[in-house]
Write a protein that binds this ligand. Structure first.
Ligand code: ADP
Ligand code: MG
Length: 238
């Protein structure tokens, strides 16, 4: 048994898939192995995030390698930071090229929490976040709003923006479906189809995060993902 296998076992990290990147063992590894910028490291420290949680150890490196991901980890285990860190690293700097990352959340409240955590971890880097709400005026004559880098939305609001505000998502490189089991429930399915169709970059990387992953979610995931890696943390669904 390799050291990495032992490490995963100790942290109850189960993985399924090909060529799975090694987990980080500390946030310091982000700098030494992935050359993550100091602002990110400092913001983690300043907010009291001293050690990555198991999902953060494994999900961050899979996303840093731009692999599709299905991540199942209990509520409260730190899934938000697992996608915030690699997204900020991969986007590097604000670009004025329009949306490059999209995070979908089933409720407005959860979307707001994700938005706040992004701002906390991005502090010092002038990334532009758009938390899409009824009040947001996208102001897109061409369908592109170049002022923004990262979009956070509920499915319904984003579908409205696609249909009535001609928002363009063809530059999106990272799509995260948070609470994916809820997003892929019947009521949301058509909306999710429309969002996934709008994110039509051939190099799109897709990640699903959830506390539980039903078999229905797995089969949908298979239709939208390329060679995904699965992570299961803890006992649930194992
Ligand atoms: P989940 O999405 O898995 O339910 P969250 O991402 O909302 O979990 O995180 C739950 C709580 O844990 C939040 O208050 C968050 O700030 C905290 N947290 C996340 N990662 C860490 C960490 N590495 N160290 C300490 N606290 C953390
Ligand atoms: Mg969450």
């Amino acid at each position: 048994q390799s050291e990495v296998q032992k490490f995963r076992l100790n942290h109850k990290i189960k993985i399924y898939g090909t060529d799975v990147p090694n987990p980080i063992q500390s946030f310091k590894d982000l700098k030494t192995i992935y050359n993550v910028k100091p602002y990110l490291e400092n913001n983690l420290k300043d907010n009291g995030f001293n050690m990555p949680t198991p999902i953060q150890m494994q999900a961050t490196t899979i996303m840093l390698h731009k692999r599709d991901l299905i991540a199942c980890s209990p509520t409260g285990s730190g899934k938000t930071l697992s996608f915030i860190i690699p997204i900020l690293h991969i986007l590097k700097s604000p670009m004025k090229k329009g949306f490059r990352a999209v995070i979908i959340s089933p409720t407005r409240e959860l979307a707001q929490q994700i938005y706040r955590e992004f701002q906390m971890i991005a502090k010092g880097k002038p990334f532009r976040f758009c938390l899409l709400s009824k009040a947001t005026n996208l102001n897109t004559e061409t369908g592109y709003n170049k002022n923004f880098d990262i979009l956070i939305s509920t499915p319904l609001r984003l579908v409205h923006a696609i249909q009535h505000e001609s928002i363009k998502l063809d530059g999106v490189q990272q799509l995260v479906l948070d609470e994916a089991d809820r997003l892929l429930e019947l009521g949301f399915l058509e909306q999710m189809d429309e969002i996934i169709a709008a994110c039509n970059s051939p190099t799109l990387q897709t990640s699903l995060f959830s506390a539980t992953i039903h078999s229905g979610v797995e089969s949908i995931a298979r239709t939208i993902m390329k060679d995904p890696i699965r992570i299961v943390i803890g006992q649930k669904n194992a």
